[in-house]
Design a protein around this ligand. Sequence first.
Ligand SMILES: *Cc1c(COP(=O)(O)O)cnc(C)c1O
Length: 393
Amino acid sequence: MIYLDNAATTKTAPEVVDAMLPYFSEYYGNASTIYGLGSESKKAITNAREIIAGSLGAKPEEIYFTAGGSESDNWALKATAEAYASKGKHIITTKIEHHAVLHTCEYLEKQGYEVTYLNVDRDGVIDLEELKSAIRPDTILISIMFANNEIGTIEPVREIGEIARERGVLFHTDAVQAFGQTPINVDELHIDMLSASGHKLNGPKGIGFLYIRTGVKIRSFVHGGAQERSRRAGTENVPGIVGLGAAVERAVSTMGPRTQKERDLRDYLIGRVEREIPYCWLNGHREKRLPNNANFSFLYIEGESMLIMLDMKGICASSGSACTSGSLDPSHVLLAIGLKHEEAHGSLRLTLSEETTREELDFVVEELKKIVERLRQMSPLYEDFLKNQKADG
Ligand SMILES: *Cc1c(COP(=O)(O)O)cnc(C)c1O
């Protein structure tokens, strides 16, 4: 099997699993108890919180554990909307956010909030001037993703943070794809809230965190016990938290060489596909892009058919975001960068890991060439295109 869907989820690293195991079997105590067994859990949670805070230049008490990226996004948006409603009810986001942000915004619109969805250019980058002119006296929150999960484009987060800070508006970023792939310092980038998820960085599924800068008024998301400073109640997912801490420690300490290796292989893959497969192009920004992301559109191809044929060769890939597969609507991200419906339908996302090899990519390119050729031969549109080309001379 060749796994090239690391934007959907990653393999839990063996050392992360090893770090978690004792917290199922040996140290199963509830962290809220007084006795020694419980304090083992409490210590482990404190340790993970310190690792994560350290990785962002944040304070441990600014890290709140959640059940993953979707929950963190929901919390950041809903709770600030509620806490700042007396200041205003306007939120700014983009057209290319993950559904965890977009659908939360749609929910808030039904609750009487107004949302501006910023456009992006052909590479998926927002326009800072458009952002500036969208800010109003009643704007309470700017939520813009750090890096896009489909096309890999990295947004100008530092500039966005500066604008938000200058204008006195809170800035939340969904960093689920970027965290662990690019260095992030919440002070340098003026980030007030940041979402991240364990399973996108070789940690376990169902655990993530929300960074909330001290001073940000934010409501409790889950009411109940006093866990997470009474803002997110519920007995802590201790093994998950330990696993997340171990995954972050690992991601930070290996970041330089790991991402350089991925970047080199990514560019090798992009180069071969662009040179060797006709009528295709790269989606997303060529330089400002996640080290492990390649996203292509192939004309006269159905992405779903391509995925099925790749799967028959043992290759795991995606034709957009995993959340939208199963639906026939083209990806909102690909439409937002200006692709036509049929161009968006013919897209393929390949996301690498540190375990990806050049040999694997060579195999994928060879198979892809055959698959594209075969699917195009079955396409009446491609036939017409070839005929017209001949007629044109
Ligand atoms: C995966 C992803 C999420 C959702 O995270 P979960 O932990 O799966 O809930 C949110 N935003 C982005 C950009 C993602 O890639």
